[in-house]
Design a protein around this ligand. Structure first.
Ligand SMILES: *[C@@H]1O[C@H](CO)[C@@H](O)[C@H](O)[C@H]1NC(C)=O
Ligand SMILES: *[C@@H]1O[C@H](CO)[C@@H](O)[C@H](O)[C@H]1NC(C)=O
Length: 676
């Protein structure tokens, strides 16, 4: 670039927004000295960056004075004033550009001017003034110059009307004189050209960059531009990211981005001079937003222990809520998960499913189909991003569910009806009467523990129950002596209950069983006065003759009934009650010396059984004094008639008279008087 633009000292107040003085190389004034310090900083139109504070310092213009005694010193980066493109006319004090400037050759010069008078004296006490501003539009006082320091600034008026300023440059004629505010003193003038240029250091729109972008890198994303020469761009990324800026202010991303690693960057670009000093008060900011790609599969939570759900839980009971993670952009379709229940499938013919899954929330609840205690179910849930749309990424999540038992079954006896039991009166206490069995449909062992009790029918405590805590069998035992006279039967109501607190309906009839115990009277064994009876009978003994009488040994015992079992010849008959044995008919065919043996049966007459229509025996129990016989129990014939057999032996003789000695026989060998 050829031209005369110079970059001056960095303005001490340039950090304020909008302070970007711009100064052209001063032109030689026909009468006065020359401008020295210049800058090439663009001005912000006030409208863009808000109201401009004032006074604004635009440039520091320490001007040399035209004074022969004074020493005008020009020094610069080039070292020797005479070698550089600048020279000072020592006569006039004019600063001269001796040749065209080449920016590529040298971008910046620093020139210093000074009054050679002793510092701190009035001779070096300088005052600056703007003598003229051209053009005077939109206001004649667009600028102000700090009198003592020479700082050039926009005036308050200038800062508000800068947007109406003309396109062309403003030319300011400025004056400096020494001797402070005294009227006397040396003076010099200079012109300062101020160009108002468009501010290109304007905020940038956010840049949206797709992650995993497959393009050649570095990839251009934006450009910044500082309207001024000799600018170096410096880029910072917050947080550190793969971004770069080149000399032209083009911003690049240098490699693929990953939204899941970093979703946004804030880039700050500074326009700086060679010394790394910022031109602008604030860096330009560029917001880089990394756009999401559906590059993350939904991730299932780790499969935890089985979730316990009590059986009979109502439909709608919450089972679980799947919290699936998808690292893609939250709130975007890429992380929008839809849930689908894969397993268990609905059972054939079942009313609905055992589990319901909310496709949007992933919430699992119980369905209408019932579940059984003890079931272990593995739910499989398909989770798909893109809201379940085609092309979404998916995973299959698993939830283990265990259906636990509740104590909803009451124990019940296996037999609802127990046939009447008969116990002899003399049964010893402690004897096992019967064993009852019960079942409980619950699974949990604690819910299967049973408690048994005799609820009714045993006021005296004659019976007791005996069971092992974990057993489903209970033993009914006799605890006390039975008494037929006191209680010929017992109707025991035994109940079974669950030890654990039951849930659900009350126990049904199966929890009760009735045990009828019939008490058998114990009849003392029949005893007759003889084990066998013998008689000698003349063969001519007539029918009707009393032969002998069979008697019980105890005359006070209950009456007996007698009958002949095998009187095959029909010779004898026996009185049923008295036991008298008679000759029934003539002993035809009997030969003296023969023996005829007949079996006689004696029965105890208490025990009488009458059969009902079903063939069962209505047993008459108890015949209490003064009370009518009552039927107190129904059952099969209990016990047989107590009977014994006695042999009756006849020996036949010739004689019409037995021997005298026969008369001395015991009572049952009755003399056969009739045969006489
Ligand atoms: C029970 O009966 C037995 C034998 O009949 C008898 O020895 C015992 O004393 C009786 N016990 C009671 C308490 O009546
Ligand atoms: C009757 O039975 C008894 C015993 O079995 C037998 O000894 C006797 O001979 C029988 N008497 C007749 C007449 O059959």
């Amino acid at each position: 670039m050829r031209g005369g633009i110079l970059s001056g000292e960095r303005n001490p107040l340039a950090h304020r927004p909008g302070l970007n003085p711009y100064c052209r190389v001063p032109q030689a004034h026909p009468d006065h000295g020359s401008c020295l310090a210049v800058s090439a900083l663009p001005l912000h139109p006030p409208g863009e960056l808000g109201p401009t504070p004032h006074p604004q310092t635009l440039a520091l213009l320490p001007l040399p004075r035209k004074e022969t005694e004074g020493q005008i010193v020009v020094s610069g980066d080039s070292g020797v004033a005479a070698d550089g493109p600048f020279a000072v006319d020592l006569e006039s004090g004019f600063l001269l550009v001796t040749r065209a400037l080449d920016r590529e050759e040298q971008a910046e010069y620093q020139l210093q001017a000074s009054d050679g008078d002793a510092p701190g004296t009035a001779n070096s006490d300088l005052r600056f003034h703007i003598l003229n501003q051209a053009p005077p539009q939109p206001s004649a006082d667009m600028f102000q110059l700090e009198p003592q320091l020479g700082a050039l600034a926009l005036s308050p008026e200038g800062s508000t009307s800068l947007d109406q300023a003309l396109e062309g440059p403003y030319q300011l004629l400025v004056q400096v004189k020494d001797m402070g505010d005294q009227a006397s003193g040396h003076q010099a003038t200079a012109t300062v050209d101020v160009s108002i240029v468009e501010n290109t250091w304007v905020p940038l729109d956010p840049v949206h960059l797709a992650e995993n972008l497959q393009v050649p890198y570095p990839h251009y994303i934006a450009q910044v531009h500082w309207s001024g020469g000799d600018v170096h761009y410096h880029l910072e990324s917050q947080p550190l990211g793969p971004f770069d800026v080149d000399k032209e202010g083009k911003l690049y991303v240098t490699t693929e981005l990953d939204r899941e690693a970093q979703a946004e960057y804030l880039l700050q670009v500074r326009a700086q001079n060679t010394r790394g000093e910022d031109y602008a008060a604030e860096p330009l900011q560029l917001h880089v937003v990394v756009m999401d790609e559906n590059d993350n599969v939904p991730v299932c939570p780790p499969r935890g222990p089985a979730i316990s759900i009590p059986e009979l839980s109502p439909p709608g009971t919450k089972v679980a809520e799947l919290s699936v993670e998808d690292a893609d952009a939250p709130g975007s379709p890429n992380s929008h998960i839809a849930y689908r229940l894969l397993s268990p499938e609905p059972e054939e013919g079942a009313e609905g499913r055992a589990f319901e899954l909310d496709s949007t929330s992933g919430s699992v609840t119980l369905g209408a189909a019932p579940l059984q205690a003890g079931q272990n179910i593995l739910l499989q849930v398909l989770v798909i991003d893109l809201g379940g749309a085609e092309g979404g990424l998916s995973s299959t999540c698993e939830i283990a569910v265990m259906i636990t038992d509740i104590n909803d079954h009451a124990p019940e006896f296996t037999a609802s009806q127990i046939e009447p039991l008969s116990l002899p009166e003399d049964t010893e206490p402690g004897t096992l009467v019967t064993t009852l069995m019960a079942t409980d449909a619950d699974l949990e062992p604690a819910f299967r523990l049973m408690d048994f009790a005799i609820e009714a029918g045993d006021v005296e405590g004659t019976f007791g129950l005996d069971w092992e805590p974990s057993s489903d069998r209970v033993q009914l035992r006799l605890l006390k002596n039975l008494s037929y006279e006191a209680a010929p039967s017992h109707k025991l109501v035994v109940v079974v209950r669950s030890v654990a607190e039951p849930v659900g309906p009350d126990p049904g009839p199966g929890a009760t069983v009735t045990v009828t115990v019939l008490v058998e009277r114990v009849v003392p064994p029949l005893q007759l006065d003889q084990e066998s009876y013998e008689a000698s009978v003349p063969v001519s003994t007539p029918a009707g003759s009393l032969l002998l009488t069979i008697r019980p040994s105890d005359p006070m015992s209950s009456p007996l009934r007698f009958s002949l079992v095998n009187d095959s010849e029909g010779w004898l008959c026996i009185e049923e009650v008295s036991g008298e044995v008679h000759i029934a008919r003539a002993l035809q065919g009997a030969q003296p010396g023969d023996m005829y043996t007949v079996l006689v049966e004696a029965q105890d007459a208490v025990i009488v059984c009458r059969c009902n229509v079903e063939g069962q025996c209505m047993r008459k129990v108890g015949r209490m004094k003064g009370m009518p016989t009552k039927l107190s129990a129904v059952g099969i014939l209990v016990g047989t008639l107590i009977a014994i057999g006695i042999f009756l032996i006849l020996t036949f003789t010739h004689l019409t008279l037995t021997r005298k000695k026969d008369l001395d026989q015991p009572v049952d060998s009755v003399p056969l008087k009739a045969a006489v």
